[in-house]
Design a protein around this ligand. Sequence first.
Ligand SMILES: Cc1ncc(COP(=O)(O)O)c(C=O)c1O
Length: 396
Amino acid sequence: MRASDPLSYLQADLDSLKQQGLYRHLRILEGEQKPKTTFDHHQVVNLSSNNYLGLTTHPRLRDAALDATRRLGVGSGSVRSIAGTMEIHMELERRLAAFKKVESVVVFQSGFAANAGTVSAVLNKDDVVISDELNHASIIDGCRLSRATIKVFPHKDVDAARQVLRGLPPAQRKLLITDGVFSMDGDLGALPGLCALAEEFGCIMMVDDAHASGVFGANGRGTVDHFGMHGRVDIQVGTLSKAIGALGGYVAGSKTLIEYLYHRARPFLFSTSHPPAVAAACIAAIVVLEQEPQIIDRLWENTTFFKNGLQALGFATGASQSPITPVIVGDGALAMRLSDRLFEEGVFAQGIAFPTVPRDKARVRTIVTATHTRDELQFALDVFGAVGRELGILAP
Ligand SMILES: Cc1ncc(COP(=O)(O)O)c(C=O)c1O
Protein backbone atom coordinates (compact mmCIF):
# COMPACT_ATOMS: atom_id res chain seq x y z
CA MET A 1 0.00 0.00 0.00
CA ARG A 2 1.45 3.39 -0.96
CA ALA A 3 1.59 6.21 1.56
CA SER A 4 0.20 8.68 -0.96
CA ASP A 5 -1.19 8.62 -4.50
CA PRO A 6 1.45 10.01 -6.90
CA LEU A 7 -1.35 10.97 -9.29
CA SER A 8 -3.32 13.01 -6.74
CA TYR A 9 -2.49 16.25 -8.57
CA LEU A 10 -4.74 15.08 -11.38
CA GLN A 11 -7.74 15.11 -9.05
CA ALA A 12 -6.80 18.63 -7.94
CA ASP A 13 -6.84 19.74 -11.56
CA LEU A 14 -10.24 18.11 -12.15
CA ASP A 15 -11.61 19.76 -8.99
CA SER A 16 -10.42 23.11 -10.27
CA LEU A 17 -12.28 22.54 -13.57
CA LYS A 18 -15.43 21.76 -11.56
CA GLN A 19 -15.05 24.95 -9.51
CA GLN A 20 -14.74 27.00 -12.71
CA GLY A 21 -17.81 25.36 -14.25
CA LEU A 22 -15.64 23.87 -17.03
CA TYR A 23 -15.86 20.18 -16.13
CA ARG A 24 -17.54 18.17 -18.91
CA HIS A 25 -19.35 14.87 -18.73
CA LEU A 26 -19.12 12.87 -21.94
CA ARG A 27 -22.48 12.89 -23.67
CA ILE A 28 -23.40 9.34 -24.65
CA LEU A 29 -24.98 8.87 -28.08
CA GLU A 30 -27.61 6.13 -28.02
CA GLY A 31 -27.88 4.97 -31.61
CA GLU A 32 -26.66 6.40 -34.89
CA GLN A 33 -24.97 9.75 -35.53
CA LYS A 34 -28.03 11.55 -36.93
CA PRO A 35 -29.37 15.14 -36.99
CA LYS A 36 -32.14 14.25 -34.54
CA THR A 37 -31.05 11.66 -32.07
CA THR A 38 -30.74 10.63 -28.43
CA PHE A 39 -27.88 11.56 -26.14
CA ASP A 40 -28.04 10.69 -22.43
CA HIS A 41 -31.68 9.46 -22.78
CA HIS A 42 -32.67 12.86 -24.15
CA GLN A 43 -33.92 13.48 -27.67
CA VAL A 44 -32.15 16.44 -29.25
CA VAL A 45 -31.50 18.21 -32.52
CA ASN A 46 -27.82 17.45 -32.90
CA LEU A 47 -25.69 20.49 -33.81
CA SER A 48 -22.42 19.00 -32.57
CA SER A 49 -21.29 16.40 -35.06
CA ASN A 50 -18.90 16.81 -37.99
CA ASN A 51 -21.07 14.46 -40.04
CA TYR A 52 -21.61 17.29 -42.54
CA LEU A 53 -23.12 15.19 -45.31
CA GLY A 54 -24.82 12.49 -43.27
CA LEU A 55 -22.44 9.88 -44.66
CA THR A 56 -21.99 8.04 -41.33
CA THR A 57 -25.27 6.28 -42.09
CA HIS A 58 -25.36 6.47 -45.91
CA PRO A 59 -26.50 3.10 -47.35
CA ARG A 60 -23.67 2.96 -49.90
CA LEU A 61 -21.02 3.35 -47.18
CA ARG A 62 -22.76 0.94 -44.84
CA ASP A 63 -23.04 -1.73 -47.56
CA ALA A 64 -19.42 -1.25 -48.62
CA ALA A 65 -18.21 -1.65 -45.03
CA LEU A 66 -20.31 -4.76 -44.45
CA ASP A 67 -19.20 -6.33 -47.73
CA ALA A 68 -15.51 -5.62 -46.97
CA THR A 69 -15.87 -7.12 -43.51
CA ARG A 70 -17.39 -10.29 -44.92
CA ARG A 71 -14.74 -10.61 -47.63
CA LEU A 72 -11.66 -9.39 -45.74
CA GLY A 73 -12.29 -9.63 -41.99
CA VAL A 74 -12.36 -7.00 -39.29
CA GLY A 75 -8.70 -6.00 -39.01
CA SER A 76 -5.55 -5.54 -41.04
CA GLY A 77 -3.31 -7.22 -38.51
CA SER A 78 -0.21 -5.09 -38.96
CA VAL A 79 1.24 -1.67 -39.58
CA ARG A 80 1.29 -0.57 -43.22
CA SER A 81 5.05 -0.98 -43.58
CA ILE A 82 5.11 -4.64 -42.49
CA ALA A 83 2.08 -6.78 -43.43
CA GLY A 84 -0.81 -4.33 -43.04
CA THR A 85 -1.06 -2.86 -46.54
CA MET A 86 -4.08 -4.51 -48.13
CA GLU A 87 -5.12 -3.99 -51.74
CA ILE A 88 -8.12 -2.00 -50.45
CA HIS A 89 -5.77 0.50 -48.73
CA MET A 90 -3.96 1.01 -52.03
CA GLU A 91 -7.25 1.38 -53.89
CA LEU A 92 -8.36 4.08 -51.42
CA GLU A 93 -5.09 5.98 -51.93
CA ARG A 94 -5.41 5.78 -55.72
CA ARG A 95 -9.04 6.94 -55.62
CA LEU A 96 -8.17 9.85 -53.32
CA ALA A 97 -5.24 10.92 -55.50
CA ALA A 98 -7.48 11.03 -58.58
CA PHE A 99 -10.19 12.88 -56.61
CA LYS A 100 -7.73 15.47 -55.27
CA LYS A 101 -5.98 15.79 -58.67
CA VAL A 102 -2.54 15.05 -57.24
CA GLU A 103 0.13 12.48 -58.05
CA SER A 104 -0.14 10.50 -54.86
CA VAL A 105 -1.88 10.07 -51.49
CA VAL A 106 -1.03 8.32 -48.24
CA VAL A 107 -3.78 7.46 -45.77
CA PHE A 108 -3.22 7.67 -42.02
CA GLN A 109 -5.31 6.34 -39.14
CA SER A 110 -6.72 9.81 -38.43
CA GLY A 111 -6.41 13.43 -39.49
CA PHE A 112 -4.53 14.02 -36.26
CA ALA A 113 -1.97 11.36 -37.19
CA ALA A 114 -1.72 12.79 -40.73
CA ASN A 115 -0.86 16.28 -39.49
CA ALA A 116 1.37 15.32 -36.59
CA GLY A 117 3.09 12.54 -38.56
CA THR A 118 3.72 14.66 -41.63
CA VAL A 119 5.00 17.87 -40.06
CA SER A 120 7.32 15.91 -37.77
CA ALA A 121 8.60 13.85 -40.71
CA VAL A 122 9.35 16.64 -43.18
CA LEU A 123 11.03 19.06 -40.73
CA ASN A 124 13.91 18.80 -38.31
CA LYS A 125 15.52 20.97 -35.64
CA ASP A 126 17.28 23.22 -38.15
CA ASP A 127 14.04 24.21 -39.88
CA VAL A 128 11.35 26.81 -39.20
CA VAL A 129 7.60 26.48 -39.28
CA ILE A 130 5.47 29.57 -39.73
CA SER A 131 2.02 28.76 -38.38
CA ASP A 132 -1.34 30.56 -38.02
CA GLU A 133 -2.09 31.14 -34.32
CA LEU A 134 -5.40 29.22 -34.55
CA ASN A 135 -4.03 26.13 -36.29
CA HIS A 136 -5.26 22.80 -34.99
CA ALA A 137 -3.66 20.98 -32.05
CA SER A 138 -2.42 18.20 -34.34
CA ILE A 139 -0.37 20.74 -36.32
CA ILE A 140 1.02 22.21 -33.12
CA ASP A 141 1.98 18.76 -31.85
CA GLY A 142 3.60 17.93 -35.20
CA CYS A 143 5.63 21.13 -35.00
CA ARG A 144 6.76 20.33 -31.46
CA LEU A 145 7.70 16.76 -32.41
CA SER A 146 9.76 18.02 -35.34
CA ARG A 147 11.86 20.20 -32.96
CA ALA A 148 11.82 22.91 -35.64
CA THR A 149 11.63 26.54 -34.52
CA ILE A 150 7.96 27.58 -34.36
CA LYS A 151 6.99 31.09 -35.43
CA VAL A 152 3.31 31.88 -34.93
CA PHE A 153 1.62 34.65 -36.91
CA PRO A 154 -1.66 36.37 -35.89
CA HIS A 155 -4.75 34.72 -37.32
CA LYS A 156 -4.89 35.06 -41.14
CA ASP A 157 -2.42 37.95 -41.07
CA VAL A 158 -0.41 37.45 -44.28
CA ASP A 159 1.58 40.66 -43.76
CA ALA A 160 2.66 39.51 -40.32
CA ALA A 161 3.73 36.17 -41.81
CA ARG A 162 5.74 38.12 -44.42
CA GLN A 163 7.48 40.04 -41.64
CA VAL A 164 8.44 36.76 -39.99
CA LEU A 165 9.78 35.41 -43.28
CA ARG A 166 11.80 38.55 -43.97
CA GLY A 167 13.68 37.98 -40.70
CA LEU A 168 14.74 34.42 -41.60
CA PRO A 169 17.89 33.36 -43.48
CA PRO A 170 16.96 32.70 -47.15
CA ALA A 171 18.68 29.31 -47.11
CA GLN A 172 16.80 28.02 -44.08
CA ARG A 173 14.05 25.47 -44.82
CA LYS A 174 10.61 26.88 -44.03
CA LEU A 175 7.12 25.40 -43.81
CA LEU A 176 4.16 27.76 -44.05
CA ILE A 177 1.04 26.16 -42.65
CA THR A 178 -2.64 26.99 -42.19
CA ASP A 179 -5.92 25.29 -41.54
CA GLY A 180 -8.21 25.40 -44.58
CA VAL A 181 -11.23 25.93 -42.32
CA PHE A 182 -10.65 26.83 -38.67
CA SER A 183 -12.50 24.36 -36.51
CA MET A 184 -13.62 26.67 -33.73
CA ASP A 185 -14.49 29.79 -35.78
CA GLY A 186 -15.53 28.30 -39.11
CA ASP A 187 -13.59 30.88 -41.12
CA LEU A 188 -11.32 30.07 -44.07
CA GLY A 189 -7.53 30.23 -43.93
CA ALA A 190 -5.70 32.93 -45.90
CA LEU A 191 -4.71 30.38 -48.54
CA PRO A 192 -4.27 32.58 -51.65
CA GLY A 193 -2.11 35.14 -49.79
CA LEU A 194 -0.06 32.46 -48.08
CA CYS A 195 0.51 30.56 -51.35
CA ALA A 196 1.90 33.75 -52.90
CA LEU A 197 4.12 34.22 -49.85
CA ALA A 198 5.35 30.63 -50.03
CA GLU A 199 6.35 31.21 -53.65
CA GLU A 200 8.04 34.54 -52.83
CA PHE A 201 10.11 33.07 -49.98
CA GLY A 202 10.57 29.51 -51.22
CA CYS A 203 8.56 27.89 -48.41
CA ILE A 204 6.91 24.50 -48.35
CA MET A 205 3.16 25.29 -48.37
CA MET A 206 0.86 23.05 -46.31
CA VAL A 207 -2.88 23.20 -45.63
CA ASP A 208 -4.97 21.16 -43.22
CA ASP A 209 -8.33 20.73 -44.92
CA ALA A 210 -9.98 18.61 -42.22
CA HIS A 211 -13.17 20.70 -42.10
CA ALA A 212 -13.06 21.52 -45.82
CA SER A 213 -12.93 17.90 -47.03
CA GLY A 214 -16.33 17.12 -48.53
CA VAL A 215 -17.52 20.68 -47.84
CA PHE A 216 -15.56 23.20 -49.96
CA GLY A 217 -14.53 23.04 -53.61
CA ALA A 218 -16.08 21.10 -56.49
CA ASN A 219 -17.56 17.83 -55.13
CA GLY A 220 -15.95 18.64 -51.76
CA ARG A 221 -12.34 18.62 -53.00
CA GLY A 222 -11.30 21.17 -50.38
CA THR A 223 -10.03 24.74 -50.15
CA VAL A 224 -7.23 24.26 -52.69
CA ASP A 225 -9.94 23.62 -55.26
CA HIS A 226 -12.24 26.31 -53.79
CA PHE A 227 -9.56 29.00 -54.19
CA GLY A 228 -8.18 27.64 -57.49
CA MET A 229 -4.80 26.89 -55.89
CA HIS A 230 -4.10 23.54 -57.60
CA GLY A 231 -0.36 23.02 -58.01
CA ARG A 232 0.51 25.73 -55.47
CA VAL A 233 0.14 23.73 -52.23
CA ASP A 234 2.85 21.14 -51.60
CA ILE A 235 1.13 19.24 -48.80
CA GLN A 236 -2.65 18.91 -48.48
CA VAL A 237 -4.05 17.11 -45.45
CA GLY A 238 -7.63 15.93 -45.47
CA THR A 239 -9.70 13.94 -43.07
CA LEU A 240 -11.92 10.94 -43.64
CA SER A 241 -13.46 11.29 -40.17
CA LYS A 242 -15.78 14.24 -40.64
CA ALA A 243 -17.76 14.84 -43.87
CA ILE A 244 -16.47 11.58 -45.33
CA GLY A 245 -18.25 9.84 -42.48
CA ALA A 246 -15.79 7.12 -41.47
CA LEU A 247 -12.29 7.51 -39.98
CA GLY A 248 -8.83 8.49 -41.12
CA GLY A 249 -6.70 11.24 -42.54
CA TYR A 250 -4.65 11.57 -45.68
CA VAL A 251 -1.85 13.55 -47.22
CA ALA A 252 -2.11 14.50 -50.90
CA GLY A 253 0.93 15.67 -52.82
CA SER A 254 3.78 14.60 -55.06
CA LYS A 255 4.89 11.00 -55.56
CA THR A 256 8.17 11.82 -53.81
CA LEU A 257 6.43 13.31 -50.76
CA ILE A 258 4.22 10.26 -50.35
CA GLU A 259 7.10 7.81 -50.85
CA TYR A 260 9.04 9.75 -48.21
CA LEU A 261 6.11 9.59 -45.76
CA TYR A 262 5.85 5.82 -46.36
CA HIS A 263 9.41 5.65 -45.00
CA ARG A 264 9.49 8.38 -42.38
CA ALA A 265 6.03 9.20 -40.98
CA ARG A 266 5.90 7.58 -37.58
CA PRO A 267 2.11 6.89 -37.37
CA PHE A 268 2.42 5.12 -40.75
CA LEU A 269 5.37 3.06 -39.56
CA PHE A 270 4.36 2.33 -35.99
CA SER A 271 0.55 2.10 -35.80
CA THR A 272 -1.74 -0.51 -37.37
CA SER A 273 -3.62 0.38 -40.54
CA HIS A 274 -7.37 0.73 -40.96
CA PRO A 275 -9.71 -2.24 -40.90
CA PRO A 276 -10.88 -3.06 -44.45
CA ALA A 277 -14.39 -1.83 -43.60
CA VAL A 278 -13.08 1.69 -43.01
CA ALA A 279 -11.15 1.77 -46.29
CA ALA A 280 -14.19 0.40 -48.17
CA ALA A 281 -16.53 2.98 -46.61
CA CYS A 282 -14.13 5.78 -47.58
CA ILE A 283 -13.98 4.57 -51.18
CA ALA A 284 -17.79 4.51 -51.26
CA ALA A 285 -17.81 8.06 -49.86
CA ILE A 286 -15.68 9.30 -52.75
CA VAL A 287 -18.20 7.75 -55.15
CA VAL A 288 -21.02 9.56 -53.30
CA LEU A 289 -19.17 12.89 -53.51
CA GLU A 290 -18.73 12.37 -57.25
CA GLN A 291 -22.24 11.07 -58.00
CA GLU A 292 -24.44 12.86 -55.43
CA PRO A 293 -23.09 16.42 -55.22
CA GLN A 294 -26.63 17.63 -54.43
CA ILE A 295 -25.91 16.55 -50.82
CA ILE A 296 -23.26 19.27 -50.64
CA ASP A 297 -25.74 21.80 -52.07
CA ARG A 298 -28.18 20.89 -49.29
CA LEU A 299 -25.43 21.37 -46.69
CA TRP A 300 -24.88 24.91 -47.95
CA GLU A 301 -28.61 25.72 -48.09
CA ASN A 302 -28.97 24.61 -44.48
CA THR A 303 -25.84 26.52 -43.50
CA THR A 304 -27.19 29.78 -44.94
CA PHE A 305 -30.59 29.31 -43.33
CA PHE A 306 -29.21 28.56 -39.87
CA LYS A 307 -26.41 31.13 -39.86
CA ASN A 308 -28.83 33.87 -40.98
CA GLY A 309 -31.26 32.74 -38.27
CA LEU A 310 -28.67 32.98 -35.47
CA GLN A 311 -27.57 36.41 -36.68
CA ALA A 312 -31.17 37.65 -36.94
CA LEU A 313 -31.68 36.63 -33.30
CA GLY A 314 -28.76 38.89 -32.38
CA PHE A 315 -26.04 36.37 -31.49
CA ALA A 316 -22.36 37.14 -32.09
CA THR A 317 -21.32 34.54 -34.67
CA GLY A 318 -17.81 35.73 -35.46
CA ALA A 319 -16.36 35.49 -38.95
CA SER A 320 -17.66 32.07 -39.96
CA GLN A 321 -17.76 31.20 -43.67
CA SER A 322 -18.64 27.53 -43.29
CA PRO A 323 -21.25 25.22 -41.72
CA ILE A 324 -19.43 25.74 -38.39
CA THR A 325 -21.08 28.72 -36.70
CA PRO A 326 -19.92 29.73 -33.23
CA VAL A 327 -22.22 31.54 -30.81
CA ILE A 328 -19.65 33.56 -28.91
CA VAL A 329 -20.62 34.54 -25.37
CA GLY A 330 -17.21 35.35 -23.83
CA ASP A 331 -17.22 33.78 -20.37
CA GLY A 332 -16.42 30.04 -20.15
CA ALA A 333 -18.96 29.23 -17.45
CA LEU A 334 -21.69 31.09 -19.38
CA ALA A 335 -20.90 29.09 -22.53
CA MET A 336 -21.23 25.84 -20.57
CA ARG A 337 -24.48 27.07 -18.99
CA LEU A 338 -25.86 27.98 -22.41
CA SER A 339 -24.92 24.57 -23.78
CA ASP A 340 -26.54 22.81 -20.79
CA ARG A 341 -29.78 24.81 -21.03
CA LEU A 342 -29.98 24.23 -24.79
CA PHE A 343 -29.57 20.52 -24.14
CA GLU A 344 -32.37 20.51 -21.56
CA GLU A 345 -34.60 22.19 -24.12
CA GLY A 346 -33.72 19.67 -26.87
CA VAL A 347 -30.71 21.12 -28.73
CA PHE A 348 -27.19 19.70 -28.49
CA ALA A 349 -24.53 22.34 -29.21
CA GLN A 350 -21.22 21.83 -27.42
CA GLY A 351 -19.81 24.51 -25.13
CA ILE A 352 -16.15 25.31 -25.82
CA ALA A 353 -13.89 27.26 -23.46
CA PHE A 354 -10.24 27.88 -22.66
CA PRO A 355 -7.76 26.36 -23.53
CA THR A 356 -9.48 25.29 -26.79
CA VAL A 357 -10.39 28.95 -27.47
CA PRO A 358 -9.08 32.16 -25.82
CA ARG A 359 -10.40 32.86 -22.29
CA ASP A 360 -12.67 35.73 -23.35
CA LYS A 361 -13.99 33.97 -26.47
CA ALA A 362 -15.85 31.00 -24.97
CA ARG A 363 -18.68 29.83 -27.13
CA VAL A 364 -21.22 27.27 -28.09
CA ARG A 365 -20.29 25.77 -31.43
CA THR A 366 -22.98 24.76 -33.91
CA ILE A 367 -22.55 22.61 -37.00
CA VAL A 368 -25.42 22.01 -39.37
CA THR A 369 -25.49 19.08 -41.75
CA ALA A 370 -27.07 18.34 -45.10
CA THR A 371 -29.52 15.98 -43.41
CA HIS A 372 -31.11 18.42 -40.94
CA THR A 373 -34.68 19.25 -41.94
CA ARG A 374 -35.89 22.86 -41.98
CA ASP A 375 -38.22 22.04 -39.07
CA GLU A 376 -35.32 20.77 -36.99
CA LEU A 377 -33.24 23.86 -37.72
CA GLN A 378 -36.18 26.20 -37.01
CA PHE A 379 -36.81 24.38 -33.72
CA ALA A 380 -33.13 24.84 -32.80
CA LEU A 381 -33.31 28.56 -33.64
CA ASP A 382 -36.43 28.98 -31.48
CA VAL A 383 -34.69 27.27 -28.56
CA PHE A 384 -31.53 29.36 -29.05
CA GLY A 385 -33.66 32.52 -28.96
CA ALA A 386 -35.54 31.53 -25.79
CA VAL A 387 -32.47 30.33 -23.88
CA GLY A 388 -30.37 33.28 -25.08
CA ARG A 389 -32.96 35.68 -23.62
CA GLU A 390 -33.28 33.66 -20.42
CA LEU A 391 -29.51 33.85 -19.79
CA GLY A 392 -29.28 37.53 -20.68
CA ILE A 393 -27.14 36.88 -23.79
CA LEU A 394 -29.90 38.37 -25.96
CA ALA A 395 -31.98 41.42 -25.11
CA PRO A 396 -35.39 40.42 -23.65
C1 LIG B 1 -8.59 21.39 -38.18
C2 LIG B 1 -8.50 19.94 -37.81
N1 LIG B 1 -7.45 19.23 -38.24
C3 LIG B 1 -7.33 17.93 -37.94
C4 LIG B 1 -8.27 17.27 -37.17
C5 LIG B 1 -8.08 15.84 -36.84
O1 LIG B 1 -8.87 15.04 -37.66
P1 LIG B 1 -9.32 13.58 -37.19
O2 LIG B 1 -10.56 13.76 -36.37
O3 LIG B 1 -9.53 12.85 -38.46
O4 LIG B 1 -8.19 13.03 -36.37
C6 LIG B 1 -9.37 17.97 -36.70
C7 LIG B 1 -10.38 17.27 -35.88
O5 LIG B 1 -10.87 17.72 -34.89
C8 LIG B 1 -9.49 19.34 -37.02
O6 LIG B 1 -10.53 20.05 -36.58
